[in-house]
Design a protein around this ligand. Structure first.
Ligand code: ATP
Ligand code: MG
Length: 271
């Protein structure tokens, strides 16, 4: 992530902000961050965060899910949400703590994994009976099919083994395999982008879960697959601890289902 020091009082930025957001952040100092992959811009204030993203068809549903989650999980509270000129401005409360991928967290894998297990269990405890969004394998496969048919599946930003070494010759071949190997559904609340950068920790405890744009009822192995992949990437090359992503399953007290983990890791390659 690129970081840029800045302030809300930057006149260019002030002109862009919708009036209600401008009023709610009046006079507050902030730090500015840009996310390279997704093209969002973040203004981080002491007590709130403004996330600025290009509008998408799913924005309203995402905000609805965030509101539905208030009081059920430690997630940001929606303070205001406005659209202006094809851009969404989402002002939310700021979750305290540091990202789980920060060095001090990675240097203590056992503590980190306890926090991650706490986050997973918090998601699984949520009663999903009236959750306003579903992200089951069928829904995701339809989206993946759309991406493949419209050449939107990024073949470069994937795990090296996905399209190399005879695994899958193309996104279409991968999609066919996914349709043929769809596992049974184990519904829970699924975050949808459950990587270390979206889990915040403070004083050795989970302080919150952010970035809920893909959250909905989904399969329990989807988040686990993405979390294991994120752990692999972040533990790789570190020599300051005995870190193994499989420690996650010990922390959760469950046996890994390798087939389902593989299915959901591969499905994510088409997004
Ligand atoms: N409510 C919040 N409380 C605290 N920090 C936040 C909050 N929302 C966003 N952030 C900070 O901004 C960063 C990016 O926000 P977010 O994860 O929502 O966007 P993103 O586009 O997915 O970025 P990334 O690709 O880094 O995950 C977070 O990693 C976190 O540092
Ligand atoms: Mg994020």
């Amino acid at each position: 992530m690129e970081k840029e020091k800045g302030s809300r009082d930057d006149p260019m930025l002030r002109r862009r902000l919708p009036d209600s957001i401008c009023q709610l952040t009046e006079g507050k100092a902030c730090r500015r961050e840009k996310t390279v992959l997704r093209g969002s811009e973040l203004l981080i204030f002491d007590d709130c965060v403004l996330k600025i993203t290009p509008c998408s068809r799913e924005d309203e549903e995402s905000v609805q899910v965030m509101r539905w989650l208030e009081g059920k999980l430690p997630v940001p509270k929606v303070l205001a949400c406005e659209k202006k000129e094809e851009t969404q401005y989402l002002l939310m409360s700021r979750i305290p703590g540091r990202k789980a991928w920060d060095d001090p967290c990675l240097a203590h894998p056992a503590e980190l994994l306890a926090v991650l297990a706490e986050a997973v269990k918090a998601l699984w405890r949520v009663d999903i009976s009236d959750c306003p969004r579903t992200r089951d394998a069928d829904t995701l496969l339809l989206k993946a099919k759309y991406n493949v048919e419209n050449n939107l599946a990024d073949v470069h930003n994937v795990e090296p083994a996905t399209y190399g070494r005879g695994e899958f010759e193309s996104p279409q071949a991968l999609l066919n395999w996914l349709y043929d190997n769809k596992p049974g559904f184990e519904p829970v609340l699924s975050h949808g982008d459950f990587c270390l950068s979206n889990i915040l920790t403070e004083d050795g405890k989970l302080s919150g879960i952010i970035d809920l744009g893909e959250t909905g009822v989904g399969d329990r192995w989807r988040d686990l697959a993405l979390l294991v992949r994120s752990l692999k990437h972040n533990f790789d090359g570190r020599d300051d601890g005995k870190a193994d992503p499989d420690m996650l399953f010990d922390a959760l007290g469950i046996e890994p289902d390798r087939k389902k983990l593989r299915f959901y890791a591969l499905l994510d390659e088409l997004f």
